[in-house]
Ligand binder design. Structure first.
Ligand SMILES: [Mn+2]
Length: 331
């Protein structure tokens, strides 16, 4: 698969790298590392994300390569720029969010590089997906490592390590394979600091975020004999705490800490009035199967979905689907 991907890249001189809306450490890390590799090979690259890079990922971009998508200004003609448009860390074009309209207009070759579990990707000329990989950064590492003698450029090594940390939950999740530990060890041996990376990625809470966590945890709900635990956050909760949607990051990990919980959920209201759920499974329950019933998806143990309906009604439907799925998956 990576040989095919490499051959695809060889055919193109101007490569636009994008990731899913609300870029995360893996999507951004994989994009920056791949851009570094392509620039080294003499190609023109751009990385465009939407919305702007969150504060805690800015240390991955010391050269200022990452552009925040600005459809009415700097990126009005973006569709015409690349001869290859690459979506990284997603394999569904709509997950690009506002960038999707430009993606539809482009005459560039369209490809995706991803590790998410999904039906065959649609809307691409070429797809490079491997759901056995723990992170998109792992795929980029596998691509570049054999092609670079000695140490990787520091920007590339830091970006790859941050991507691996992000998608394995700092090497806690079930996708923390021997393979990704070996790759991480290689990067640490080259001078990457695990503690500094962790601090930069995660130890960045604001008072508003901690107040929001407190408010959400005050409303903790337990169902099905304590096997399903969830919290919910409304727009009013965000306003009351002076918090933003970025502050919801990692909140779903809190109910998962409970002893006896098999599935944890975070429900929230989006800015456009939809209801959203993030589901996390301890080990046994396939929450991807649950989210797919609502048009969402992700991984077996970590998935999400959105729906155009009031939060309370959505919570009731998802709860019923989770309980039914637990009935199937826990014997
Ligand atoms: Mn990923």
């Amino acid at each position: 698969m990576l040989d095919r991907f490499s051959a695809f890249l060889d055919c193109h001189a101007r490569v636009l790298l994008t990731t899913h809306e609300n870029p995360d450490g893996d999507g951004v890390g994989a994009a920056i590392a791949l851009a570094a590799h392509l620039k080294e090979a003499g190609k023109e690259t751009r990385i465009v994300v939407t919305p702007a890079l969150p504060e805690n990922l800015r240390f991955l971009d010391p050269e200022g390569w990452v552009e925040a998508y600005d459809p009415l200004g700097a990126h009005r003609e973006l569709a015409a720029w690349p001869d290859a448009w690459l979506l990284i860390d997603a394999s569904e074009p709509h997950r690009m969010g506002p960038l999707f309209a430009a993606f539809e207009r482009t005459e560039a070759a369209r490809a995706c590089l991803d590790h998410h579990l999904k039906d065959a990707p649609k809307g691409f000329d070429a797809e490079f997906t491997d759901s056995t990989a723990s992170a998109s950064a792992e795929l980029v590492y596998d691509l570049v490592r054999p092609r670079i003698g000695g140490d990787l450029p520091p920007v590339m090594a830091q970006a790859l390590y941050a991507g691996m940390v992000s998608d394995t939950g700092n090497f806690r999740h079930s996708n923390s394979t021997p393979k990704i530990h070996h790759a991480a060890a290689d990067l640490i041996a080259q001078g990457i600091h695990p503690a500094r990376t962790y601090n930069a990625l995660y130890q960045t809470a604001t008072p508003a975020k901690l107040k929001l966590f407190g408010r959400a945890m005050g409303g903790l709900q337990l169902r099905d004999g304590g096997r399903f635990a969830y919290v919910s956050v409304t727009q009013a909760d965000l306003v009351a705490c002076g918090a933003t949607h970025e502050d919801l990051d990692e909140l779903v990990e809190e109910p998962r800490k409970l002893k006896g919980v098999e599935v944890a959920a975070l429900f929230s209201e989006t800015d456009d009035g939809r209801a959203k759920v993030s589901l996390r499974s301890r080990e046994l329950v396939d929450v991807n199967a649950v989210c797919r019933q609502f048009g969402g998806g992700g991984h077996r143990l970590a998935s999400g979905a959105k729906a155009a309906q009031p939060l309370e009604a959505f919570i009731a439907q998802v709860e019923a689907a989770v309980v039914a799925q637990m009935g199937r998956d826990i014997v």
